[in-house]
Ligand binder design. Structure first.
Ligand SMILES: [Zn+2]
Length: 275
């Protein structure tokens, strides 16, 4: 999810909030939405009426409206007329900007509840007033919300794409290769290592495609294309069930259209088809 320009991020909760402020209320990995079609996010007035309490964080302004994140207890009930929904179920139902802010709200509130005490000395942490950070009053240790970079790469060989089926994918779906960056690695190192470890080949001519934030748990997927260089592709990792070269006019079942993997595949197919 990418945040369009209509969102202006902020950290400090304003002293006065209007009743129409937008609220992003998370319960575990589900967000509160009014049970109407298309779904609607609650306003501050709704949240007050529903008696929702808990930690609140300021996120910024969307089209001039203040945005606030809440996290409620895992056993919080579903209010009548409202639903706890998975974020994916709201894709194409809410504007992309609101989905991105919802992802931000998830990450900020999850970080808040999992960093209450200093990881170095165990003292209770305090919010820093001027930035999204917490500081330990005893030892000075500072923590920021965690973002974990990951790479995705679509490897091409002439007019063929290398696609893999991971064990965790629904049955017949194939996608580009992906993996998390390790400490000390550049993103380019990560691409070469993951391709080698997962399918046993070497690639060249990496080209940046796009990136996408995904809040579960806190990844930033950075997508590339690459050209095949050498080796024979085969599953080398227990996570990979199958890997194959597919001609661009005979592709298998692919990920859904809102995912960055699908956008990467579609754009690459269009480019190769035009050559
Ligand atoms: Zn400390």
């Amino acid at each position: 999810m990418n945040t369009p320009q209509e969102f202006e991020p902020g950290v400090t909760l304003p002293t006065a909030l209007a009743p129409e402020a937008l609220c992003f209320v998370w319960r575990d990995d589900k967000i509160l939405a009014r049970a109407v079609d298309p779904p609607e996010l609650p306003t501050l007035a709704d949240v007050m009426r529903l008696g929702i309490d808990g930690a609140r964080h300021y996120l910024g302004r969307y089209r001039g409206v203040d945005c606030i994140a809440f996290r409620v207890d895992a056993d919080s009930a579903e209010p009548a007329g409202w639903q706890w929904r998975g974020l994916r179920s709201l894709f194409l139902r809410l504007p992309d900007a609101l989905l991105a802010i919802a992802g931000r709200a998830y990450q900020v509130t999850e970080w808040d509840r999992s960093h209450r005490f200093c990881g170095r000395c165990g003292t209770e942490m305090r919010d820093k007033p001027d930035e999204r950070a917490k500081q330990c009053p005893a030892c000075g240790h500072v923590v920021y919300p965690r973002v974990s970079p990951a790479m995705m790469v679509l490897v091409t060989r002439g007019r063929e794409l290398l696609l893999a089926r991971a064990n965790r994918f629904p049955n017949a779906m194939y996608s580009a290769l992906a993996g998390f960056v390790e400490p000390g690695e550049s993103i380019e190192d990560c691409v070469h290592r993951e391709v080698r470890e997962e399918v046993g080949i070497e690639v060249k001519n990496l080209k940046y495609f796009a990136s996408q934030s995904w809040p579960f748990p806190h990844s930033l997927m950075i997508a590339f294309t690459a050209e095949y260089a050498s080796g024979e592709a085969r599953p080398c990792d227990a996570e990979i069930a199958d890997v194959k070269w597919f001609p661009i006019d005979a592709l298998p079942q692919l990920p859904g259209s809102v995912s960055i993997s699908r956008k990467l595949i579609d754009a690459t197919v269009a480019r190769l088809a035009a050559q």
